[in-house]
Design a protein around this ligand. Structure first.
Ligand code: 0O2
Length: 221
């Protein structure tokens, strides 16, 4: 009977984790559709790449202990909103807000929380736009609303965050002050690069628009 009970818990847990995988797949499809449509209309791709991950059971447990919450699938479901995570890396800062707006406007997506670490960077220099959304997943016998954390950032922000993450873990979160200072300076350099690239991109788009208008006029002549 113990074995039966264990089997039941295991099956429930697998089903629980599967819902997050489904939520991720759904968001991934939504983003791919936006990406392809955007490419078709504006003739350029705003998304460099998309990465998805499911939080490991170990990280989920650690977070529950840290938050001091009794563990059950129900409490995990309500308190850990980043089990399903998706990272969208864009070319330009303006693309981040465009992508975010397009997601927010989808009827079946509910925005639970929005954190703009681009307008308000973290003290260490971390920048990204974070959304926690809820999406309905249609199962065989019910509809399950699943939380998905979406992080949207530029290539430069992503480069900085991945290095900072590595350093943070290497020093077991006790990063020497000199490195912290240099990392914050590097974040400012990354931001300068983002602003410069945005300005160049705007100039090029403007020229492209002008050329296509002239071509249209020639065509009409
Ligand atoms: P992992 O391994 O990437 O999943 P909470 O999510 O409740 O613990 P908080 O502060 O409300 O805490 O969440 P926040 O600020 O929205 O950040 C959540 C995630 O953003 C982190 O997930 C990181 O992925 C990323 N992040 C936030 N701050 C930093 C930072 O300073 N540097 C880097 N490199 N990434 C950051 P996890 O769970 O910490 O890690």
């Amino acid at each position: 009977n113990n074995l039966e009970a264990l089997k039941k818990v295991r099956s429930e847990l697998t089903r629980f984790m599967m819902t997050y995988q489904f939520g991720l797949s759904e968001m991934n499809t939504k983003l791919t559709i936006l990406q392809e449509e955007f490419q078709h209309i504006h003739d350029y791709n705003p998304i460099e790449h998309i990465k998805t991950r499911i939080k490991s059971p170990e990280s989920i447990m650690k977070k529950m202990y840290r938050k001091n919450i009794p563990i059950s699938t129900e409490s995990i479901k309500h308190n850990i909103m980043d089990i399903a995570g998706i990272r969208v890396v864009c070319s330009f800062i303006s693309d981040i807000y465009r992508i975010s707006e397009m997601i927010e406007n989808q009827k079946d997506v509910t925005v639970i929380e929005k954190k703009d670490y681009i307008k308000n960077a973290k003290p260490n220099g971390y920048k990204s736009l974070h959304l926690i959304v809820s999406v309905p997943v249609f199962m065989s016998d019910r509809i399950e609303d699943v939380y998905v954390e979406i992080q949207i950032r530029t290539v430069a922000m992503d480069f900085w965050a991945s290095l900072e993450h590595k350093i943070y873990y290497k020093y077991d979160s006790l990063v020497p002050e000199r490195l912290t200072k240099e990392l914050t300076e590097a974040a400012m350099v990354a931001n300068d690069l983002d602003e410069k690239m945005e300005q160049l991109h705007n100039e090029v788009s403007h020229i492209k628009d002008q050329n296509s208008r002239e071509q249209d006029l020639n065509f009409l002549d």
